[in-house]
Ligand binder design. Structure first.
Ligand SMILES: Cc1ncc(COP(=O)(O)O)c(C=O)c1O
Length: 552
């Protein structure tokens, strides 16, 4: 049985209805921009007659921006806050009429750019308009940096490693989907912990134990706020995303029966495939896979048709590490929850790029790795609802996770300690908290908007190269640009770029099924972060173009 809501025509129409189209948002943004520019030119106040609609942009429309996290500081990015990622509410997804666009972000945007009346602000940022903005701000070599806007040069100064030279050239780090570089604030938090506070936590009666415990628990609160969880008790520290998914798979496994179903998507990282295969082998559960289309978007009708009364868990990426696709996780979660399934969202590739709110998504579990969000390796977090934590058994046994032990019987500590057996990775949990604080301080909306623009610019530059095939052209993407150039070995391309000081990944990116959909086994994968610049993208594109012409 597949109890689709009456008004739901098809999963794809639901997806189309969930929010204003990017084209509409671009149009509205252009209109507000024109209005603001006109007002700025006249020194007046907007609110008069409607301005003409801006012409269609020459580049693809700006993809939608995610929504702000509840409780996060108010962002000040003067770019339009456009459509939310996913859907606002299941009810909206089932409606046949698109909900009205929320224009408050655009209105705020107009307010902000009134202060920029000395600039010729274009309706839509394109490579050429970015160039003129860059010229206007007198920073031709760096990233776009306008008053009140995201200042990439300031960000870069916080990351000492970005001053490195590789093979005599300035390092251009485009391997961010694999791991990110660390700001000084994180390096300082780690060294300060070891220099001043190092102790085991929770059980000591001495001062350093109290300091270390406070710092560790403070970090848990930071993760809670960062994800929009209801309580710090909903945050479990783990080694990273892989361990987080294994934890969830293992605590769910005892409730699986033969024939129960685990739903994944074709986009998943091996970390979100193999643990479920192991659980399936142990329990007799069956794995079902939602396919993607040739852009790299999940086919929502097919996904919906996989859901049924035997679906026990849906486990899906928020963003794909091989193609960059951002999945409509709110919609997909709502559809799964309507069938009584639990939902895990793998946030490895999302948290560093745009705001995430787990309560808005409605998932049971959300996992991410610290090292992919400017924090240390060997640390990550699982958000698990209080209900799920209370209902499910622990995974690993040992110290810290118990209330009382006899040889006959053990009772367990309350969550989240119940899921944190043994001495945790204290220093790196604190370092991860510092990384999240850094991201919040830089502005999550600002980061998202800056990276959107950077992705558009990089997409334009790379797709202009003769013979280059971009793999993954989903409507909503994070800054992942997988490509091949027929006749050129991907590893060889990676090595030649390294000679130019440019670091990219070349291989299968631990997501073989997603690449095989496109008939390839490996790609070159530059992946962006908020410290990358247009000048670095120019270096990358120039080097790839020279290679494609056989000149490098
Ligand atoms: C989408 C996705 N999920 C899971 C992982 C695994 O993360 P980690 O190796 O940090 O555990 C990765 C790593 O690249 C990833 O990109």
């Amino acid at each position: 049985m597949n109890p689709a809501p009456e008004t739901l025509q098809s999963a794809s129409s639901a997806s189309a209805a969930h929010s204003p189209t990017p084209e509409a948002v671009s149009r509205i943004a252009g209109r507000f921009l024109q209005e603001a520019l006109a007002v700025a030119a006249e020194g007046g106040v907007p609110g008069g007659p409607a301005m003409p609609v801006a012409p269609a942009p020459s580049l693809p429309p700006l993809p939608s921006l995610p929504t702000a996290t509840a409780g996060a500081p108010v962002p000040s990015m003067p770019l339009p806050a456009a459509t939310p990622i996913g859907i606002a509410l299941p009810a909206a997804a089932y409606s046949s009429q698109p909900p009205a666009a929320d224009l408050s972000g655009l209105k705020a945007f107009v307010g902000r750019i009134r202060g920029l009346d000395h600039l010729q602000m274009p309706a839509v940022l394109t490579p050429s308009s970015v160039d003129s903005l860059r010229a206007a701000t007198g920073r031709p070599g760096g990233g776009l940096s306008l008053p009140g806007m995201f200042d990439v040069n300031a960000v870069r100064r916080d990351f000492p490693i970005l001053q490195e030279r590789v093979n005599g050239k300035p390092l251009a780090w485009f391997d961010n989907a694999a791991t990110t570089q660390k700001p000084q604030a994180v390096i300082d938090a780690l060294s300060s912990f070891y220099a001043h506070d190092n102790s085991n936590i929770h059980r000591g009666a001495h001062t350093l134990a109290a300091r270390a415990t406070d710092a560790y628990e403070h970090s848990r609160q930071t993760v809670q706020r960062f994800l929009g969880a209801a309580s710090p008790d909903e945050i479990i520290f783990v080694r990273g995303c892989t361990e987080g998914i294994n934890l969830v798979a293992n605590i769910l496994a005892p409730s699986f029966e033969r024939g129960d179903e685990i739903v994944l998507t074709e986009l998943e990282h091996h970390a979100n495939i193999v643990p479920w295969q192991m659980v399936a082998a142990r329990t007799g559960a069956v794995i079902r896979v939602a396919p993607i289309d040739d852009r790299g978007d999940v086919i929502l009708e097919a996904y919906e048709s996989l859901l049924g009364p035997r679906t026990k868990i849906v486990s899906l990426s928020h963003a794909s590490n091989s193609l960059g696709t951002i999945l409509p996780v709110e919609l997909m979660t709502a559809l799964a929850k309507a069938r009584g399934a639990r939902v895990l969202v793998d946030g490895a590739q999302s948290v560093s790029h745009f705001p995430v709110d787990v309560r808005r998504i409605g998932c049971d579990f959300y996992v991410f790795s610290g090292h992919k969000i400017f924090g240390p390796t060997g640390i990550g977090a699982v958000f698990a609802t209080a209900e799920a934590q209370a209902a499910l058994p622990p995974w690993q046994g040992g110290g810290n996770m118990i209330r009382d032990v006899t040889f006959a019987h053990t009772t367990y500590a309350d969550p989240p300690a119940k899921f944190e057996a043994g001495t945790p990775n204290i220093a790196d949990a604190i370092g991860m908290g510092a990384a999240l604080d850094y991201v919040v301080q830089r502005g999550r909306e600002q980061i998202a908007a800056y990276e959107h623009e950077l992705l558009h610019y990089a997409t334009g530059r790379l797709t202009a190269i003769d013979g280059l095939r971009l793999i993954g052209t989903a409507r909503e993407k994070v800054g992942v640009l997988s490509f091949v150039i027929p006749g050129h070995d991907v590893v060889e391309i990676g090595k030649r770029l390294d000679r130019e000081g440019i670091a990219v990944r070349a291989g299968h990116h631990c997501a073989q099924p997603s690449l095989r959909h496109f008939g390839v086994e490996a790609t070159v994968r530059p992946s962006l972060a908020f410290y990358n610049t247009h000048a670095e993208i120019d270096r990358l594109a120039d080097a790839v173009a020279a290679m494609a012409r056989g000149r490098l």
